[in-house]
Design a protein around this ligand. Structure first.
Ligand code: HEM
Length: 453
């Protein structure tokens, strides 16, 4: 257990943290630019906490569930989100994902009711409807890009549940904006040169184009919400009607915009990636798929799936959770110390950057035997009970844990069961590389052949 007070901090100095070997001056920058996941894996092999050097900036990579728990939960108050997220600010502004301190607490409290289990129950029908709409577009023998299909579907679900809007026709604009923005962020991370956002660098121009595309959609959603004028019972209405507890003021237009943008992006891309990786694994593991189809046939046969069925479909959930173990959409998350703090027995000075290697933790053989084997059995209730909960953290942990985790799991379960009830997506590639942008995506998408049951 870490020991810390702001005045006196115990532990060994950070210089005792083992480094991943790099080059003079640039450290591990080349490896970071060339293959981030390989560098993360190398850090994991170096130790539970390892130092990489991005030019002059040291980054401490944590591949240990106990230390991750210290950072995200026990010592959360000594950290803020790390600077890497700054590069997404032109896009996300001061929404829930990026805000700090009191504004973060206020917005979290404001938005939480929209993600409470009671409210989620009302979203189930829309989730099944939009999945069915997606499947209705597929024809037997078609080749589709699973990644694109899942993005369209989860975007449509987010649009209707959170904003009472049909945004299917905006899918192209959103995916282009999101992709441009994420690539611009990665380029900024990779560059040792820090210049203000107004400098006309290609990555800044790319980010500006991304913001323009996404703003068009977000401002339209807000205009429509305002024009309705009534409480639609969705997140948008909550944001438009909310008043500050102390001074009774409404959220500013900018605050509403930032929150809508954050939820629109965080609320669809991650779940789409989880489902895409799930189809990839189902393609490689026919035994797992057969068991899933059996479960669906037994519990619902051909009738429409409802939320209450999910309790009898543990395999469906286990398949999704195991896919997120091997391919966590949020594969890494960063923090920066705001005061001296001890983690993993090391004294960290203020301003230290710590990255939680979620994917590496999920693949540690001492936490998950044969970690490179896709085995949903380990996500069944008995197996889960037998291991510490914090070994598995696809949604993070602590005060910044994903606010949409129940929403995402509900959506993924209803969507996967509905899809597998009616169709199969048989992946074509023999291997699939992961592309580490803000989230972990299959590089180049996932082409698959449609089979209709
Ligand atoms: C499989 C799907 C999802 C995954 C894997 C995921 C993962 C995560 C993770 C790991 C974090 C914490 C980041 C950190 O600690 O730095 C997070 C935060 C967040 N997620 Fe998710 N998420 C998913 C779905 C969703 C959905 C559906 C929504 C909204 C509808 C959402 C909205 C958010 C927001 C607003 C935050 C910031 C919370 C805060 O800082 O208070 N996420 N997510």
């Amino acid at each position: 257990m870490a020991t810390t007070t702001s005045a006196f901090v115990l532990g060994t100095p950070v210089s005792s943290i083992p480094p991943v070997p790099g080059l003079p001056l640039i450290g591990n920058m080349l490896a970071f630019r060339k293959d981030r996941l390989a560098l993360q894996d190398q850090a994991a092999r170096t130790g539970p906490i390892a130092r990489i050097q991005l030019a002059h900036i040291p980054v401490y990579i944590v591949t240990d569930a106990d230390i991750a728990h210290e950072v995200l939960v026990e010592q959360a108050a000594s950290f803020k989100k790390s600077a890497g997220l700054q590069f997404l600010k032109p896009m996300l502004g001061e929404g829930l994902l990026t805000a700090e301190g009191t504004p973060h607490k206020r917005h979290r409290k404001l938005l939480s009711p929209a993600f409470a289990p009671k409210r989620l129950a009302a979203y189930g029908d829309v989730m099944v409807d939009e999945t069915n709409r997606q499947i209705d577009r597929w024809r037997a023998g078609d080749t589709v890009d699973v990644s694109e299909e899942m993005m369209q579907m989860t975007l449509a679900i987010a649009g209707r549940t959170l904003f009472s809007a049909d945004i299917r026709s905006d899918a192209k604009k959103v995916s282009e904006g999101l992709e441009l923005g994420m690539r611009a962020q990665v380029e900024s991370l990779r560059s040792p040169i820090r210049l203000g956002y107004d400098w006309p660098l290609p990555r800044h121009l790319r980010m500006k184009r991304a913001v323009k595309l996404l703003d068009e959609v977000v401002y339209r959603l807000i205009r429509e919400g305002r024009a309705r004028g009534t409480d639609a019972g969705d997140v948008l209405s909550m944001l438009l009607l909310a008043r500050d507890e102390e001074d009774g003021t409404r959220l500013s237009d900018q605050q509403v915009r930032d929150e809508v943008m954050t939820l629109l992006l965080a609320g669809h891309e991650t779940t789409a990636n989880a489902l895409t990786w799930t189809w990839w694994q189902l393609g490689k593991n026919p035994r797992v798929l057969a068991k899933l189809v059996d479960e669906i046939d037994r519990v619902v046969s051909k009738r429409r799936i409802v939320i209450d069925d999910l309790a009898q479909m543990p395999w469906n959930l286990a398949v999704i959770e195991e896919a997120m173990r091997m391919h966590p959409p949020a594969y890494m998350t960063g923090r920066e110390t705001i005061e001296p703090v001890t983690i993993g027995g090391h004294r960290m000075p203020p301003g230290s950057i710590v990255a939680i290697n979620i994917r590496g933790i999920h693949r540690r053989p001492d936490y998950f035997a044969a970690p490179d084997t896709f085995s949903p059995e380990r996500m069944l209730p008995e197996a889960k009970k037998a291991r510490p909960r914090h070994h598995y953290l696809p949604f993070g942990a602590g005060p910044r844990v994903c606010i949409g985790s129940h929403f995402a799991l509900l959506e993924a379960q209803l969507a996967l069961a509905t899809m597998a009830q009616r169709a199969r997506l048989r992946p074509l590639p023999l291997r699939l590389d992961a592309e580490p942008l803000v989230t972990l995506r299959p590089r180049g998408g996932l082409p698959a052949i449609v089979e209709i049951r």
